[in-house]
Write a protein of this length. Structure first.
Length: 424
């Protein structure tokens, strides 16, 4: 049972009790006119014992002069152990003082009194109860005693405490948590949600809809997709957006929970929303880095093609003109491109022109000649053209075996050699 339902039932019971107390008060007043508070006929005891609500009555000195069976059972005592005793005889001193002061106030104020207090049973159990008391008057209008009833609200108080703890969690979580009925009317929004929307803590939410907290596109998804799915599956989750007080969209990760009544009918939904602005920024940054890396890689590929171009000039001949400085990395790239080009074009002769190379150290020269020997392993012949005097000295200095290579002074002579060879 919900807390609101429990409160409603308690109030209804108290209303009936107050009416019955008034009736008993009238009967007791009539009895007091002839016999006093301490005398009650058999019918009165039957009426009291028929009530499930614990009822007691005291004289003006605070002594119990009567009670029903429900009251005796609640305290865990028999009626004989209650009649003639005061609160100080039946309760711990600190509780007895509370009851005594309340009784004195009741007799001074001469009106109905309702308050909450603790009661300890004979077994030592502490229960939280609600006292409802009314003064008893004699024929002259003097207060000669009181009649009271108690309602055990221990479970209700526990439920209220649990609710208070839950509300403290809801109010202090950084996530936005809101509730709406099946028609989309907002019935609750926690502190984070009100702060995001620029609402005060006591703002009236009755006129607000789910759509007031989301941009139009997100509200459309909630109404048309999220709520129907949650109604069917119990929950829905996805990335949406909320709007802040300035109307700016705030990306959120949202979970929507559906709540149903005993007949399975959707009664309300709970939304839990977490700001994912930083995550979205990180995702955008990652996508931008990926695009940037793709651009850089494309540029690198273009530069590789430009730095080591391979040009087929016939079905059997490819030319690789090399221009600029050559380091170890570029030398390796030259070898890779040359071998791939010979294999791809099924070339039988490859011209490696180094006219544009100004300087070449021994390591690079060795790498280029290794490339030439590798081409030979593929069954093609290499023609090295454009050897400058200083490069020729380097090749001689390192003792490169040039017997497997054809050399020509210029690219033009190398091309002429290739064409002449294939005309034969």
């Amino acid at each position: 049972m919900s807390l609101s339902a429990t409160n409603h039932n308690t109030e209804a019971e108290l209303s009936r009790l107050r009416q019955r107390v008034a009736e008993l008060e009238e009967q007791l007043a009539r009895l007091e006119a002839s016999n006093g508070v301490a005398t009650a006929n058999f019918d009165m005891h039957r009426v009291l014992d028929a009530l499930a609500v614990p009822i007691f009555y005291k004289d003006a000195d605070g002594r119990y002069v009567g009670c029903n069976e429900a009251f005796a059972a609640f305290l865990g005592r028999d009626r004989a152990g209650i009649i003639g005793k005061t609160a100080y005889d039946l309760a711990p001193p600190h509780l007895a003082e509370v009851y005594h002061q309340a009784d004195l106030n009741l007799m001074r104020q001469r009106t109905l009194q309702v308050y909450e207090a603790e009661v300890m049973t004979a077994q030592g159990d502490n229960r939280t109860v609600q006292f409802s008391k009314a003064p008893i008057f004699d024929a002259a209008g003097n207060v000669v005693g009181l009649i009271g009833a108690i309602q055990d609200i221990t479970e209700r108080k526990k439920a209220e405490q649990e609710m208070a703890r839950l509300m403290e969690v809801l109010e202090n979580t950084p996530d936005v948590i809101g509730m709406a009925d099946a028609q989309g009317r907002v019935v609750y929004m926690n502190k984070a949600g009100r702060r995001l929307r620029g609402l005060s803590s006591d703002a009236d939410l009755k006129s607000m809809q789910i759509a007031d907290f989301h941009p139009a596109w997100a509200a459309k998804i909630i109404y048309e997709e999220a709520i129907p799915i949650a109604d069917h599956n119990g929950y829905w989750s996805g990335d949406l957006a909320m709007v802040n007080a300035r109307g700016e969209e705030i990306p959120v990760s949202q979970v929507l929970l559906a709540h149903h009544d005993a007949d399975g009918k959707l009664t309300y939904v709970t939304g839990i929303m977490r700001d994912i602005s930083e995550r979205k920024k990180a995702e955008r940054a990652l996508r931008e880095r990926e695009v940037q890396e793709q651009v850089i890689e494309a540029q690198r590929a273009a530069l590789r093609e430009l730095s080591t171009p391979l040009l087929p000039i016939s079905s059997d001949v490819v030319v690789m003109p090399i221009i600029g400085a050559v380091d170890s990395a570029r030398a390796q790239q030259i070898m890779d491109t040359l071998l791939e080009g010979v294999s791809e074009h099924h070339a039988s002769l490859a011209i490696l022109d180094i006219t544009g190379v100004k300087v070449m150290d021994t390591q690079v020269a060795g790498a280029l000649l290794h490339a030439a020997h590798a081409v030979r392993l593929l069954g093609a012949q290499v023609v090295l053209s454009g050897i400058r005097p200083e490069i020729a000295q380097t090749l001689v200095h390192i003792g490169i075996d040039m017997r497997d290579l054809v050399t020509r002074s210029t690219l033009q002579q190398a091309i002429a050699f290739a064409l002449e060879r294939f005309r034969q």
